[in-house]
Design a protein around this ligand. Structure first.
Ligand SMILES: NC(=O)c1ccc[n+]([C@@H]2O[C@H](COP(=O)([O-])OP(=O)(O)OC[C@H]3O[C@@H](n4cnc5c(N)ncnc54)[C@H](OP(=O)(O)O)[C@@H]3O)[C@@H](O)[C@H]2O)c1
Length: 342
């Protein structure tokens, strides 16, 4: 009698056990410096409709993670930071038809600093067989950011001059390669000579060490006083003025990040003298529909398959060392991608 009652309730017991199971994750309970990233037990996420549960093998560390942690982009606490990862699908939610258990996927979605992430299936793509989890993660978020910028934000064409700030950073190195691939003359700004050499190895034709050189004067020298067709600025507050001055008449300024701080409010009339087009993109707008996501994921992985992109991983961290990863990415000493491996 007792045994049959227990076996009858087994599915319920299993369901409860699943609900109560925990995993290791990095959790932010209050906003602040890197010290608020706590590695601890955390409830394993449930797959709801439209989602897949991914067992993470590699997690991307991106500058946006520091904005969430420090409150520049406010999120309700507590939260698991991270916007990028890759791994194996271990559960599929209702209504998901494009993924199955065992698929290798990479994604751009929230709460990736964890052993498991419940990912919106719209935000994930299958990783080609010959691409490792590390490479997929080193490429995805920063690669999509760079590729959407040079194909849609400002469609770079042969003969253009393109200025890329923080040219040796994660997004920066990919922007240099992609703008070069599309036929532009690429000018990269960097803070050290080592970074200048790296930017050149990755497609920059000219570099400006903006820690001691006059960026606008050098841009004018390189462009015969015309300025750049496009300025791609992920540095933000400290480069805003030079970016504005470095764009040519009818040129495009894309301000896509705040590594040095948020750009202060502007007078829109500052664009009028040169009729500048100003854009402030957010990658997630490019991935809002299945069609858009597939287009951009496919184009990026195609570039990778054709060996047109070099990936550079600065350092690989353990999940419990997320604090060091944040200290490092904010220190200006890193180049290329920071990864967490599980
Ligand atoms: N809009 C979007 O959808 C989107 C998506 C992805 C990334 N982003 C933005 O793209 C930018 C680059 O991201 P990333 O992850 O590739 O980072 P990253 O470029 O690898 O690191 C940031 C770089 O910014 C430069 N920098 C200049 N002033 C700085 C300061 N005061 N503090 C820290 N860094 C400073 C540093 O290069 P130097 O030492 O050479 O100056 C540093 O290496 C970030 O602003 C990020 O938010 C935006």
């Amino acid at each position: 009698m007792f045994r049959s009652a227990l076996s009858h309730s087994r599915p319920l017991v299993n369901k409860l056990a699943r609900h109560m199971s925990t995993m290791k994750a990095v959790v932010v309970e209050r906003i602040g410096g890197p010290e608020v990233l706590e590695y601890k037990d955390h409830p394993k996420p449930q797959v709801s409709s439209g989602k897949i549960l991914v067992k993470n093998h590699a997690i991307g560390v991106n500058f946006i993670d520091t904005y969430h942690r420090s409150g520049v982009y406010p999120l309700p606490t507590p939260f698991v930071p991270g916007r990028e990862g890759s791994g194996e699908v271990v559960e599929v939610g209702e209504g998901v038809s494009d993924f199955k258990v065992g698929d290798r996927v990479a994604y751009v979605d929230a709460e990736s600093y964890a052993e498991y992430t419940a990912v919106n299936s719209l935000a994930a793509g299958k990783i080609p067989d010959n691409v490792s989890y590390d490479d997929a993660t080193a490429l995805l978020l920063q690669g999509l950011t760079a590729w959407t910028m040079v194909r849609d934000g400002y469609p770079v064409k042969k003969g253009d001059y393109v200025l890329v700030h923080a040219a040796a950073g994660g997004v920066g190195l990919l922007l240099c390669q992609m703008a070069n691939l599309l036929g532009a003359t690429v000018i990269g700004t960097v803070s050290t000579e080592e970074k200048a050499a790296l930017a050149k190895e990755n497609g920059a034709h000219h570099t400006i060490n903006y820690s001691h050189e006059d960026t606008v004067a050098r841009v004018n020298e390189i462009t015969n006083g015309q300025g750049c067709h496009a300025v791609l600025d992920g540095v933000g507050a400290s480069t805003w003025e030079t970016s504005l001055q470095s764009v040519r008449r009818l040129g495009t300024l894309i301000s896509f990040g705040n590594a040095s701080g948020v750009v202060p409010p502007i007078q829109i009339s500052c664009l009028s003298d040169k009729s500048i087009k100003l854009m402030r993109p957010k990658l997630f707008s490019y991935l809002a529909t299945r069609e858009d996501k597939e287009k951009w994921f496919n184009e990026l992985f195609q570039l990778q398959a054709e060996h047109k992109l070099k990936l550079r991983v600065h350092k690989t961290y353990k999940l419990e060392d997320a604090q060091s990863a944040h200290v490092d990415i904010q220190s200006r000493k890193t180049t290329g991608k920071l990864l967490i491996e599980l």
